[in-house]
Design a protein around this ligand. Sequence first.
Ligand SMILES: C[S@@+](CC[C@H](N)C(=O)[O-])C[C@H]1O[C@@H](n2cnc3c(N)ncnc32)[C@H](O)[C@@H]1O
Length: 295
Amino acid sequence: MTVGEEEELPPSKLGTKEHWDGQYSRENAVYDDVGDEGEVWFGESSVTKMRKWATEHLPPSKELIRVLECGSGNGTLLLSFLTSPETSGPQPFHLTGIDYSEGSTRLSRSIEANRRDTLRADAEENDEVVNPAKVEWRTGDLLADDMEEQWDLVLDKGTFDALCLSQEVVAERGGRLPSVVYPEQVAKLVKTGGSFLITSCNFTEEEIKRRWTKEGLGFDSSVPHKSYTFGGKVGTVVCTVAFKKCGGTKTDAAIADSAGKVIARAQGGNGNMAEVCQVVRFKISIADGPRWEHK
Ligand SMILES: C[S@@+](CC[C@H](N)C(=O)[O-])C[C@H]1O[C@@H](n2cnc3c(N)ncnc32)[C@H](O)[C@@H]1O
């Protein structure tokens, strides 16, 4: 199925709430039994890479930095913000995880309590500093709920991938597909000047950039990855891409480098070009006098 320019993924059980309710019911039982935290989507290295990106890109602040994880699962990505590298010093955080499966909220609460106990018990041996962090786990549907709130950093690890495996249209959003509605909904949750950081396995970096450059989100940077295991298959490429929410004056035209990072903007117009997301690629040669070549 194709929507606009984009080819949609075929539907799968990973796109259904029943699947996730079942998954977290099993994971809660295993956690209560033996303390196993459950599936870490795309492995620990993706958590490390996303946390490292945040350490390097969030300006330290005496105020609380608000971080949201969309579809927070067992909460392990969000809980990586309980500590910071010693060199950065303690950073106050307000961490919010939202997931539509109640089982995810219960599992995350249990894991958080255990992590906090371990951090207290091992205080002397930690090579990281413990952050003053308030954590909130909410049950909510990111496609349907209206959230009149914004965050400094919004995270997605595997949730966009899962949602795009559903072709059940969203009645509350004009009967459109989750793959179209979700980026619009999530972009609204990012503060002006804030960031959105996504790790995906079902889309290439270019596809992610195309689908997410909207509602004021512009490409910021990407994080390199090797291969990973997903659904039992090894070797598919994961990408982590960061976007920044621009505000104030709208952009009429921008020049990007070969990686797609914006290096210059023309501002002051009404922003029509940005709104229709026109991307026109030119190669500019100046060796024998200026020459523009449409790619
Ligand atoms: C692949 S899992 C990723 C979980 C977590 N981000 C991680 O990396 O471990 C996708 C998560 O998205 C949640 N999810 C899917 N659709 C959702 C929706 N419409 N609203 C909120 N959460 C949703 C699922 O319950 C599941 O926990």
